[in-house]
Write a protein that binds this ligand. Structure first.
Ligand code: IPM
Ligand code: MN
Length: 361
């Protein structure tokens, strides 16, 4: 794939979602409009009103035929899910996880990169130290929703929640991570660290461990490394520069990527991609921060994560030059303009930050 695909139309489904989702989505779209013009990219968007408001109005999260409709796009941009009037889990499971699972977006790609000018809580660490990528498996583990209750509501209640791992599921993720590490081609050396808990999860993570060792033999140019997840949390704080690419299971990946997000300046900055790398697969890109209901409509939320998610969308849709241009603009703005990455303390409104990125393009 290359930037020479200018004869094609990039079809993007846009789900602004709940809370501040629409505000940050507007800025990502503004940047897309500008970079598409500069790079000669032809694109089409379709706005989908899925999320909490629609659910409360209609009782429906994804409308009939909605998933098939999504499959007809090249990519999906998602603002945020989560509504204060909808019980926890309903929209997460019914929208976000449903799309990840049904579209088989088996890679959750989460770069942990400290941009210039952005404050990290780590003492004496800078952009050259905090620059790694987490490849999180995105369709298995505790997220598969297997389990149940026995004697619910009684003092003898039992709850079972099962983590599910398959050879196919871990192998495709591990192989993709090796390929990605190879492509990333870190000048400091190519290293892929498996993060798991083989000393306790002696079935599921044994499968991961054995598969990792086997696949590693096909990539002699990549150092195949292993950390227990608890030690990884310690090293991410103490020596983040150690990491190049991490590959990990869904649940641990969820947890360590929030740690990663705070190292890179918080939820206002962190972006991720839910990727189906198979031919014809549709991937979804999103800022990692939630819907932040308390900031809704005030124009104070940071759109940098959403703009970063748009850069990832461009990169993975075959427009790496446009993606790099957006990434450079983001880093110019964080390095030279913004006071802080925290909501309400940026020194600019949400839409002004979007304008600054457009100017910097
Ligand atoms: C994330 C989120 C989701 C997850 C929630 C909203 C279901 O925390 O994307 O990391 O756990 O995967
Ligand atoms: Mn999470």
């Amino acid at each position: 794939m290359s930037d020479t695909q200018t004869d094609q139309v990039l079809k993007i489904a846009v789900i602004p979602g709940d809370g501040t989702g629409p505000e940050v989505t507007d800025e990502a779209m503004k940047v897309l409009r500008a970079v598409a013009e500069l790079e000669g990219i032809t694109y089409e968007t379709e706005l989908l009103d899925w999320g909490g408001e629609r659910y409360l109005r209609t009782g429906e999260i994804i409308p009939e035929g909605g998933l098939d409709h999504l499959r007809s796009f090249d990519a999906i941009f998602l603002g945020a899910v989560g509504h204060p009037d909808v019980p926890p889990g309903v929209l997460e499971k019914g929208l976000l996880l449903e799309i990840r699972f049904q579209l088989d977006q088996y890679i959750n790609l989460r770069p942990v990169k400290l941009y210039p000018g952005v404050e990290t809580p780590l003492k004496d660490k800078g952009p050259e130290d905090i620059d790694f990528v987490v490849v999180r498996e995105n369709t298995e583990d505790l997220y598969c929703g297997t389990g149940g209750f026995l004697k619910k509501g009684t003092p003898d209640e039992v709850a079972v929640q099962t983590a599910l791992f398959t050879r196919k599921g871990c192998e495709r993720c591990i192989r993709w991570a090796f390929e990605y590490t190879r492509r990333r081609n870190n000048p400091k050396g190519k290293r892929l660290t498996l993060v798991a808990k083989t000393n306790v999860l002696t079935y599921g993570h044994d499968l991961w461990w054995r598969t990792f060792q086997e696949v590693a033999r096909e990539y002699p140019d990549v150092e195949a490394d292993y950390n227990h997840v608890d030690a990884c949390c310690m090293w991410m704080v103490k020596n983040p520069e150690y990491y190049d690419v991490i590959v990990t299971t869904n649940m641990f990946g969820d947890i360590i990527t929030d740690l990663g997000a705070i190292l890179q300046g918080g939820m206002g900055v962190a972006a991720g991609g839910n990727i189906n790398p198979d031919p014809g697969g549709t991937s979804m890109f999103e800022p990692m921060g939630g819907s932040a209901p308390k900031y809704t409509g005030q124009g104070v939320i940071n759109p940098i994560a959403a703009i970063g998610a748009m850069a990832m969308l461009l990169e993975h849709s075959g427009y790496p030059k446009a993606a790099q241009r957006v990434m450079n603009a983001i880093q110019y703005v964080t390095g030279n303009k913004m006071k802080s990455q925290a909501a309400g303390r940026m020194g600019y409104s949400t839409s002004q930050v979007g304008d600054l990125v457009v100017e910097a393009l």
